[in-house]
Write a protein that binds this ligand. Structure first.
Ligand code: HGY
Ligand code: MN
Ligand code: MN
Length: 416
């Protein structure tokens, strides 16, 4: 007789339908999503998730950062819960699966346990972390960072979006400031299931990524000061050209990342020109350099090089230069016991798998500071993410959710 849950699988159609229903909220313009944190569409997505969790018999707790914790009671109320989570917020031109797959697969685990009448010893908590993306309010993983004690809540509440609105005001406006003290919760273990957001699993034809590590990150926000002037009547030798300085810094960042191959990346995704008028040389240019590496020495060495070279580039052009680190986490090693649990679940289920280092940052990186944590990954088409064309198959989605189900049961224990 098979042990309870031995060959158990999630309901792939139900998971897929939930993903498609959530994707209808905060649609993008090209088939993806624009459900940015603390917008009305984020609030609408939260309410739908809350309803689904209520239907599944879960009780909701919300902390003062708006993190949502949906609990399924265990047989042992004293046992620390097993958390499964990710994020429902998206990039402005995000996909339907980044973050959402992990939250809704956590819910699917609950739904499957309910279907099978399986009670676990430890409680299980499905989590939606606020502002994982850091697109609207830097840094990324803000609310899980406050939960893990990395950031103060005051710092987080004061973060501003490009329109000058603060995180605290917006969280209050959408009505999702909870009454739980952020970070008071203790976890027995934390699992995060996420699309790879890179090309490796698809290229290697593997169903499951057994995530052993996550690369570290620096976000360096540069503010360059030039002189506003007419782009037509100002002679080249009289220009104080902050835009040119930015371009040269981007070239330098590219060179520094290429000198640190393999295993380093560097680039810029966001630039603000002021006054941003086509025939005015910019008086101010603000942009964020994003550098990452799984190797601590390389990561910090790249930061040092960039912060040493940028002022020289600016000085040669008479441009002012200041820099502020607005995001950072060191390379993360996930919990070996949980990593082995994920690998065994993939093997028991007959899924192909390989070890992988996460290229993207995740809330699991901060959860790992306060509890044993690890991740599960599925492939994504052409490795594309942070793009509305982000795509996965229903089979890929379900395979990772099956592994999550088995890993959670193994860790939460089946009640006698
Ligand atoms: O930036 C990241 O790696 C994540 O998508 N927030
Ligand atoms: Mn994500
Ligand atoms: Mn993302």
């Amino acid at each position: 007789m098979a042990a309870p849950g031995e060959n158990m699988r999630v309901n792939a159609d139900r998971l897929w339908d939930s993903l498609m229903d959530m994707a209808k909220i905060g649609p993008g313009i090209a088939g993806g999503n624009n459900r940015q944190t603390l917008t009305d569409s984020d609030a609408e997505g939260r309410r739908l998730f809350q309803k689904w969790c209520d239907d599944a018999g879960l009780t909701m707790g919300v902390d003062t950062m708006g993190n949502m914790f949906m609990t399924r009671a265990g047989e042992d109320p004293e046992a620390l819960p097993v958390y499964v989570g990710s994020h429902l917020d998206t990039q402005p031109t995000g996909g339907k699966y980044d973050g959402v797959l992990g939250v809704l697969s956590g819910l699917e685990v609950i739904r499957s346990l309910n279907d099978l009448g399986i009670r676990t010893r430890h409680p299980i908590v499905v989590t939606n972390w606020t502002n994982e993306e850091g697109a609207r309010f830097a840094p990324a993983m803000l609310a899980s960072g406050v939960f893990a004690g990395v950031h103060s809540q005051d710092y987080a509440y004061g973060r501003k979006d490009p329109e000058g609105k603060t995180f605290g005001e917006e969280l209050k406006r959408i009505g999702w400031i909870g009454n739980e003290e952020v970070g008071a919760r203790r976890m027995h273990a934390y699992f995060e299931y996420h699309i790879e957001q890179g090309p490796i699993l698809e290229a290697e034809k593997k169903d499951i990524g057994v995530v052993t590590h996550c690369q570290g990150l620096w976000w360096l926000e540069f503010t360059l000061t030039g002189r506003e002037a007419h782009t037509g009547s100002t002679p080249m030798n009289l220009r104080v050209n902050a835009g040119l300085a930015m371009a040269r810094i981007l070239e330098m960042v590219q060179a520094v990342a290429m000198e640190n191959q393999p295993g380093a990346v560097g680039g810029v995704g966001q630039v603000f020109f002021s006054p941003n008028s086509r025939n005015v040389l910019p008086g101010k240019v603000v942009f964020t350099v994003d550098i990452r590496s799984p190797d601590q020495k390389k990561l910090d060495g790249m930061r040092a090089r960039i912060e040493a070279e940028a002022p020289k580039i600016c000085e040669a052009l008479g441009v002012g230069c200041s820099v502020e680190a607005v995001g950072h986490f060191d390379p993360v090693t996930f919990d070996p016991t949980l990593v082995a649990t994920v690998r065994k679940a993939a093997e028991d289920l007959g899924y192909s798998h390989m070890n992988i280092i996460s290229g993207a940052g995740h809330d699991a990186c901060w959860a790992a500071k306060v509890a044993p944590a690890t991740m599960i990954m599925c492939p994504c088409v052409n490795g594309l993410s942070h793009n509305e064309a982000e795509d996965i198959s229903k089979e890929w989605a379900a395979a990772g959710a099956d592994v999550l189900l088995h890993a959670v049961i193994e860790t939460a224990g089946i009640a006698e």
